[in-house]
Design a protein around this ligand. Structure first.
Ligand code: DCP
Ligand code: MG
Length: 368
């Protein structure tokens, strides 16, 4: 028998910088302040995408991953700048040093985001809300930037909460309010629910956590596979994943389940181009290069195969990702085969990479 006191809840903080790259640019270049600003590929260049947009630019609907050209349509006066990764890395190290004043249990998810476990904090402050306030203040005073914080009893709720009052937000979801919070949450906000699953849930009349809660664990597993088990727990506020300070990213992937099975090679290649773009963006975001590229193919009968190729150097660019995936596809392609899903993952990151600390979940795309 476990002999734990029943009232011990963990205290988890999720911190996420506001419009990170754009805020650093506006801090360092006063002429960008108060203006719609895009950090990313320039609109003149081919295939440039928005890495992030300042809050002024977001008012026009400009968002991360949008083609840069497209940002000009709603807002012709928007300014574009290329990213300065060294500046963002420097800020990232400084925010981590601030977190380190309170706890050593820090799990960075990317340069601008981290989980902190402050169940026991170094300064004996005791209140996770107070610690989150102090961290936000330190970031503001020492770095002239704002961050949003979510405070709760587990990672999932803390992360969801940090997004609620952006920018400069602090949202606390206490243990007694976790169940109601999860019941109100739209299904698309659930961890691991991509667009395809969200649509499937909506088609089944499942719109919020409360709807999911009406299903038994067996029903959820029947409809959503092993993720169903996770949904069953998370909707009840149960997320026992620990804050893992030293976990390295092992692989990064994106995949797409098509609305109809693909039989035409050109369509598959088009799909791979888009998936490769997403993978390349995310490698860039996590500051990673990988030596192994893996193509995943799922056929209409759900049979799945993977094919991979390794390189002597780290790969992160969209052209190599796309070309390699297409080559691997052509080696397995046979007329008449129906393909329902394609995915590309990159692994074998090696020593040269900065350690991003969580296996990034596979991104779900909707292309066709
Ligand atoms: N990023 C990127 N490509 C994406 C998404 C993000 O290059 N598709 C980069 C730029 C962002 C940074 O990662 O500034 C952090 O990502 P967030 O999702 O936290 O976005 P922001 O910090 O920019 O905005 P928010 O205030 O919504 O957190
Ligand atoms: Mg952010």
């Amino acid at each position: 028998m476990e002999n734990k006191p029943i009232h011990t809840h963990r205290k988890i903080i999720h911190i996420d910088m506001d419009a990170f790259y754009a805020s650093v640019e506006q801090r360092d270049f006063p002429e960008y302040r108060g203006k719609p600003l895009v950090v990313g590929g320039l609109p003149e260049g081919r295939g440039g995408v928005v890495a992030t947009a300042s809050y002024e630019a977001r008012k026009f609907g400009i968002r991360s991953a949008m083609p840069s050209k497209q940002a000009l349509k709603p807002c012709p006066e928007v300014l574009f700048v290329r990213p300065r990764f060294d500046a963002y890395k420097e800020v990232s190290q400084k925010i981590r040093a601030i977190f380190g004043r309170y706890t050593d249990l820090i799990e960075p998810l990317s340069l601008d985001e981290a989980y902190l476990d402050v169940t026991v904090d170094k300064l004996g402050i005791g209140s996770a809300i107070e610690i989150a306030k102090q961290i936000k203040n330190a970031i503001k005073e020492e770095l002239q930037l704002t961050a949003s914080a979510g405070v709760s009893v587990n990672k999932f709720v803390a992360k969801t909460a940090s997004d609620i009052n952006k920018p400069d937000g602090l949202t606390f979801i206490g243990p007694s309010t976790v169940p109601a919070f999860m019941e109100k949450l739209p299904v698309e906000k659930f961890f691991g629910v991509g667009k395809v699953t969200a649509q499937k849930m909506k088609n089944m009349g499942l719109h919020t956590g409360a709807d999911l809660k009406n299903l038994t664990e067996t029903e959820l597993i029947k409809h959503f596979g092993k993720q169903g088990k996770f949904y069953y727990q998370i909707v009840r506020g149960i997320d026992n994943r620990e804050v893992q300070p030293h976990r390295e990213t092992k692989s990064l992937a994106a995949e797409d389940t098509f609305a109809y099975d693909l039989t035409c090679l050109e369509e598959m290649e088009l799909g791979l181009d888009k998936i490769a773009k997403t993978v390349a963006n995310r490698l860039n975001k996590y500051n990673l290069l990988g030596r192994t590229i893996t193509l995943k193919i799922k056929y209409s009968d759900f049979k799945q195969i993977t094919r991979n190729q390794s390189f002597s150097m780290g790969i992160g660019n969209v052209e190599t990702l796309s070309a390699t995936a297409k080559k691997l596809l052509s080696l397995t392609f046979a007329e008449g085969q129906k393909i329902r899903l394609l995915g590309i993952s990159v692994s074998n990151f090696g020593e040269m990479n900065q350690k991003a600390k969580e296996d990034a979940p596979t991104e779900q795309l909707k292309l066709f």
